[in-house]
Design a protein around this ligand. Structure first.
Ligand code: FES
Length: 124
């Protein structure tokens, strides 16, 4: 049912944990399943230099959070804002259709972290 990449990111999630000196933090929840995801970003000169996450959720939510941290790292803010749930699912070699909503959380949490950064740093 799950691709090897999904299983890998679920079993060995990248960039897990709290970032104490984050420049932006985004937290989103899925009201249907109750899962929660928090994404932290560090930004230098408009580039996302570090991304970390904490997810209380299903295996697909953990795998998609892990993947989005990898995808967003090194991107400009504008490039990162363009990442969609489909990009995340594609990089994971697909998700079962009933699990696609889980990847929404990761794209939404990243966007929320960027919005938080922009709120704290107007004009950037
Ligand atoms: Fe809730 Fe996957 S079942 S995010």
């Amino acid at each position: 049912m799950y691709s090897e990449k999904v299983m890998d990111h679920f079993m060995n999630p990248r960039n897990v944990g709290e970032m104490k000196d984050a420049d932006g933090v985004g937290e989103v929840g899925n009201p249907t399943c109750g899962d929660l995801m928090k994404i932290y970003i560090k930004v230098e000169n408009g580039i996302i230099t570090n991304v970390m996450f904490q997810t209380f959720g299903c295996g697909a939510a953990i795998a998609t959070s892990s993947m989005i941290t990898e995808l967003a790292k090194g991107k400009t803010i504008d490039e990162a804002l363009k990442l969609t749930r489909d990009d995340v699912a594609e990089e994971l070699d697909g998700l079962p259709p009933i699990k696609m909503h889980c990847s929404n959380l990761s794209a939404d949490a990243l966007r929320a972290a960027i919005e938080d950064y922009r709120k704290k740093n107007p004009g950037k």
